[in-house]
Design a protein around this ligand. Structure first.
Ligand code: MG
Length: 262
């Protein structure tokens, strides 16, 4: 069942989303060649707790850290480690959730470490762009797969692979709620979107194949051909005025709302 969140619940998720956004900004600033993903994880946890929230991922189905830290061919769910050092030319995927007063916000960004190649820049740009095309489609009366189609369209037009085994999801009282939101598919399918639905939309595009596999650590997902992957995610709320982005920075203007501010 898909739950519709109240205005108050959405306001709390927006506050949780500001914390997630602060983690992206502060941890993103700390990303540089030589830093380990464990250091970034500890920094993220400190930011989340200092703002009165709880790291959603820590302990989720046994996940041992506050962020998912995925590098290069790692798609999602990388485990932070003192042995994983970022190097010049890498790309780092930072996925983080914060739970505030029992409500969750979840978002991810891809950060270049130093200088990256043109093909990788394009991969990052297209993946981010597809997230916003997906968000634009998240309006009342549209269906779930209208989001999927909008995301897939960007990958197809740019000859990029699409991760099909993972996708977006409902979010709110739990990290993963219904519905599942594939990043591919024909439009006009699935439930109709209603005000109060809160969704985490999260395209993952690859330079090569769509195919992915899970490593022996039972968490880290990598591309089957070891070519690189990018990931962007926002949590949003469907409102009468349009999609409200929950995981933007504090004070950021809402690009899809018709002048309404919660
Ligand atoms: Mg998510």
């Amino acid at each position: 069942m898909i739950t519709r969140k109240s205005k108050l619940e959405i306001q709390t998720m927006r506050e949780a989303g500001k914390i997630v956004s602060a983690v992206h900004a502060i941890v993103g600033d700390a990303v540089r060649p030589g830093v380990t993903t464990l250091v970034l994880d500890k920094l993220a946890e400190e930011i989340i707790r200092s703002r009165g929230a709880v790291p959603t991922f820590l302990g989720y189905r046994g996940f041992p850290a506050s962020i998912c830290a995925s590098i290069n061919e790692e798609v999602v769910h990388g485990i932070p480690s003192a042995k994983r050092v970022l190097r010049d030319g890498d790309i780092f995927k930072l996925d983080v959730g914060a739970t505030l007063d029992g409500l969750v916000a979840d978002a991810a960004i891809t950060i270049p470490v130093g200088e990256v190649g043109e093909d990788v820049k394009k991969l990052i740009r297209c993946t981010r762009d597809s997230l916003f095309r997906g968000i634009e489609a998240a309006t009342i009366g549209n269906r779930i797969s209208d989001i999927s189609f909008a995301v897939e369209d960007v990958a197809n037009k740019n000859q990029l692979g699409i991760v099909r085994d993972y996708g977006g999801h409902g979010v709110g009282h739990r990290l993963h709620e219904e519905p599942h939101i594939p990043n591919h598919g024909a439009p006009g399918r699935g439930v109709r979107l209603k005000a109060g639905y809160c969704l985490a939309i999260e395209p993952m595009f690859n330079l090569g194949t769509d195919e992915v596999r899970e490593l022996d650590d039972r968490w880290t997902v990598v591309t089957a051909d070891s070519r690189w992957s990018a990931h962007f995610e926002h949590s949003i709320a469907i409102t009468e005025e349009g999609p409200l982005l929950l995981t933007l920075p504090d004070g950021a203007s809402q690009p899809y709302l018709n002048g309404a501010v919660l």
